[in-house]
Design a binder for this molecule. Structure first.
Ligand code: AP5
Length: 208
């Protein structure tokens, strides 16, 4: 199964991806997580990415395409994958189509998680992550359990200002992927509002 999750920041892509990869036993390839690991490790890519991410801007297509081409060529991705956060621009989507064709494989579905802008800022500013397990929580909607609460962290780009910049970037640079994948007959729209379990059920229905 080769899947892509698209959606605005805070739509629930990471939350839902963790559940879907378990079901299909495929790797979760999150370009945001890959970039945050590079920032933490202080690599040249991490230093470039850090500036863009803090400002809520996209990292350049060249860097991202190289990163993902290499990742989907690894052994664990041969049986399939779920891409979360890539592609984010039409040039990235074009490059992915070319890379998949060169491996003689194709996408099964592209899911767009739809959440309106006025719900996004609350979701983003309330998000906390467990640095030990990667689990995603929300201080109101899904608070961390007592034994985890003391160690959760907040992402540097989860300020209200950066969130608004990320939303603007989503509408301008990423939302054109919706008609792109609709044109390829791959797009499935999923309502991302409601309880996380309900959203998971909608995704499973959309995937058949
Ligand atoms: P990335 O890490 O991909 O961030 P994003 O797309 O902005 O998405 P988020 O991780 O913020 O949100 P999500 O949809 O995963 O939501 P989550 O499940 O956590 O990218 C970060 C940055 O890296 C980018 O800004 C860019 O700079 C760079 N980058 C990455 N990929 C790139 C690329 N391809 N090209 C260029 N640059 C790239 O949920 C959010 C919160 O809501 C959580 O607290 C959660 O508990 C809560 N929540 C989830 N579901 C629900 C629900 N149903 N109801 C209520 N609350 C919910």
């Amino acid at each position: 199964m080769r899947l892509i999750f698209i959606g605005p920041p805070g739509a629930g892509k990471g939350t839902q991806a963790a559940r879907i990869v378990e079901r299909f036993e495929i790797p979760h390839i999150s370009t945001g997580d890959m970039l945050r690991a590079a920032v933490k490790a202080g690599t040249p890519l991490g230093k470039l990415a850090d500036i863009a991410m803090k400002a809520g801007q996209l990292v350049t297509d060249d860097l991202m395409i190289g990163l993902v081409q290499e990742r989907i060529g690894q052994d664990d991705a041969k049986k399939g994958f779920l891409l979360d956060g890539f592609p984010r621009t039409v040039p990235q989507a074009d490059a992915l189509q070319t890379a998949l064709a060169s491996h003689n494989v194709a996408l099964d579905a592209v899911l767009v998680l739809e959440v309106q802008d006025d719900l996004i800022v609350d979701r983003i500013t309330g998000r906390r992550t467990d640095p030990e397990t990667g689990a995603i929580y929300h201080m109101t909607f899904n608070p961390p359990p007592a034994d985890v609460a003391g160690r959760v962290t907040q992402r540097k780009d989860d300020t209200e200002e950066a969130c608004r910049a990320r939303l603007e970037s989503y509408h301008r640079q990423t939302s054109p992927l919706v008609p792109f994948y609709e044109g390829l007959g791959l797009l499935k729209r999923v309502d991302g509002v409601g309880k996380p379990d309900d959203v998971t059920a909608r995704i499973q229905t959309a995937l058949g």
